[in-house]
Design a protein around this ligand. Structure first.
Ligand SMILES: *Cc1c(COP(=O)(O)O)cnc(C)c1O
Length: 400
């Protein structure tokens, strides 16, 4: 999964360009910076790589979600639909804007179930946020079609799937916008960082202004227009060193994905021998980023038995049903409505009334899948001994 595995001379050279000028800020300082605009260059290259018209770099994947949702006009009174299997950041961003997250089931893709999405759309729905979890595609074409029929924008949370595609088209370009994370465990990493891509110039301009206190970056490219701000903003600016690292990492992304695909194919072949095994459904296997290998066993009991055997061999897999970061019934702070605000916002409104209550048993179809699912993270440089050990353990699990 992580791009830190291939951090090397290329990243250091890009960083050195920034250190040589001493300009760490992405805007202004036109004379000192000697033409070095790393964040801007990273944005241009990332948009070009994805086939998007515009890209806005920000401080994190969470910031990317917040900036995109804010630019889409989301706020209190709105509902935003996402899926019950995702990283907490997806719904934290929705709640921070004062909107209410509504969760759908996942299907055999381990991503948003379009049928359940249809049921959860209501007049308050203002945005739909499918997540391309564990590196692989949601049924994005169907989701966009449903959303379009209700004129609701789709924001693709592509934090875990940079470089993923469907028939050659990049994830993040199907909806109104797509967000990415470059945190330390993501495929392309800048330590901390994020990006939003879009084909919509107006949306991009709003994001560009919002992420930098309302400053206009079009009137004065590389710098900022100060007066006449259209609205209040905030600060989610990426710094030049992150941009520099991003340029070097992006150049390695296709190589990283190719290595992961090779390693994943080995694991899949070994797991295929387990009686009753089936695999996570991939919308387009060729466009899978292969950051994870995910498979289903017959039932929960079978799943536990197989994983116990794998653990005995030092090769235990992840059971995301038990994972407290990524799965709805395990989000105790969400379920109990805990926030830092003394008045209880966003779970409790200014009138003292509870605005939303979540029920851990609300997603039974997801539970039925999650309880019999196992996952191996796939890395770029998996040592041969580790690959062989996992494959041997899977072969042994198949024999019992
Ligand atoms: C990592 C991640 C985020 C948040 O990214 P950060 O850069 O860590 O803020 C958002 N959504 C998903 C699905 C993620 O995996």
């Amino acid at each position: 999964m992580p791009g830190f595995e291939v951090f090397g001379e290329e990243e250091k050279r890009e960083i050195q360009d920034v250190l040589d000028t001493g300009v760490l800020f992405r805007y202004e300082f036109a004379e000192q910076r000697q033409g070095v605009y790393k964040v801007r260059e990273f944005e241009e290259k990332f948009a070009g790589y994805c086939g998007a018209s515009y890209a806005q770099a920000v401080t994190s994947g969470t910031a990317a979600l917040k900036v995109a949702l804010a630019a889409l006009g989301i706020g209190p009174g709105d509902e935003v639909i996402t899926q019950g299997f995702t990283f907490v950041a997806t719904w934290e961003a929705i709640l921070e804007l004062g909107a209410i997250p509504v969760f759908t089931e996942v299907d055999a893709t381990m991503n948003m179930d379009p049928e359940d999405l249809r049921k959860k759309i209501n007049p308050k729905t203002r945005c739909i946020v499918p997540v391309h979890m564990l590196g692989a595609q949601a049924r994005i074409a169907e989701i966009v079609e449903i959303a379009d029929s209700h004129s609701i924008p789709v924001l693709e949370d592509t934090a875990q799937a940079a470089g993923g595609r469907i028939k050659g088209r990049h994830l993040g370009t199907f909806g109104r916008c797509g967000t990415f994370s470059f945190d330390p465990v993501k495929t392309l990493t800048t330590g901390e960082g994020g990006m939003v891509i879009t084909a919509d110039e107006g949306l991009w301009r709003t994001m560009s202004e919002y992420h930098d206190h309302g400053h206009d970056h079009v009137v004065n490219p590389g710098g900022r227009g100060g007066e006449g701000r259209r609205f209040i903003g905030s600060n989610y600016r990426m710094m030049e060193i992150q941009g520099a690292i991003g340029i070097a990492q992006l150049a390695k992304l296709d190589m990283m994905l190719a290595e992961q695909r090779k390693n994943k194919a080995r694991l899949r072949e070994a797991a295929a021998a387990i009686p009753g095994v089936s695999f996570r459904q991939l919308v387009d296997p060729e466009g899978d980023t292969a950051t994870h290998f995910s498979f289903f066993l017959q039932d929960q009991e079978h799943c536990r038995r197989v994983n116990a055997l794998l653990q005995e061999k030092g090769c235990g897999a992840i059971c995301f049903a038990d994972n407290t970061w990524h799965y709805y019934p395990q989000w105790e702070h969400l379920l109990h409505g805990r926030s830092v605000a003394a008045g209880g916002w966003p779970f409790t409104g200014p009138d003292g009334r509870r605005r939303v209550v979540y029920d851990s048993a609300a997603l039974p179809a997801s539970a039925a899948l999650m309880n019999r699912n196992l996952v191996y993270p796939v890395s770029i440089k998996m040592p041969e001994e580790r690959l062989t050990a996992i494959c041997d353990a899977l072969t042994k699990a198949a024999a019992v």
